[in-house]
Write a protein that binds this ligand. Structure first.
Ligand code: ATP
Ligand code: MG
Ligand code: MG
Length: 142
């Protein structure tokens, strides 16, 4: 079993599905820790709206989006006793990799795609780079 699973979560459909798999794996071990990492780094397109009007209106939308995806994550991880959500900042790739390294995570779970508008490639850039650079196994869920 794993000691500490890191689930990278941006609130996308694939990330939610990935989180469900992370929960299934974490529930095998009696003491497996599960951390959900959400990196606050959100290009405008990523929440599916344009930054029209005042930034106040935009920020309100971002806040509502953040609140709802976090509530969803909390519900998904509720069955795991040693689980928590952390909010990181910066570029998602180094944020995820550094967190995994610093906290001795032995599995990273993430979606194949995220909130990006362009769906041309099978892997999004975050999952692509994490798979390439991670020093531990990465489970990519689609
Ligand atoms: P791109 O961002 O390259 O336009 P995309 O948004 O479709 O493409 P990714 O961003 O690579 O795809 O998302 C793949 C997975 O990476 C997500 O399902 C999620 O698990 C993780 N991820 C992406 N962004 C974040 C983030 N800001 N915080 C936490 N995890 C993230
Ligand atoms: Mg993106
Ligand atoms: Mg993305």
């Amino acid at each position: 079993t794993y000691h500490h699973i890191l689930a990278a979560y941006d609130g996308s459909k694939a990330a939610k599905k990935a989180l469900e798999h992370a929960v299934a794996i974490a529930s095998i071990g009696p003491n497996t820790k599960l951390t959900v990492a959400h990196v606050l780094y959100r290009p405008v397109f990523d929440i599916g709206s344009f930054a029209y009007g005042s930034s106040e209106e935009y920020m309100k939308q971002v806040e509502q989006f953040e609140t709802s995806i976090m509530e969803h994550a909390r519900e998904i991880i509720a069955p795991i006793p040693y689980s928590r959500i952390v909010v990181l900042t910066g570029n998602p790739v180094p944020a995820i990799l550094d967190y995994a390294k610093d906290n001795h995570c032995d599995l990273i779970v993430m979606g194949s795609r995220g909130l990006g508008a362009i769906q041309e490639w099978m892997l999004g850039s975050v999952s692509h780079h994490v798979v390439q650079k991670a020093q531990v196994p990465v489970l990519v869920v689609k």
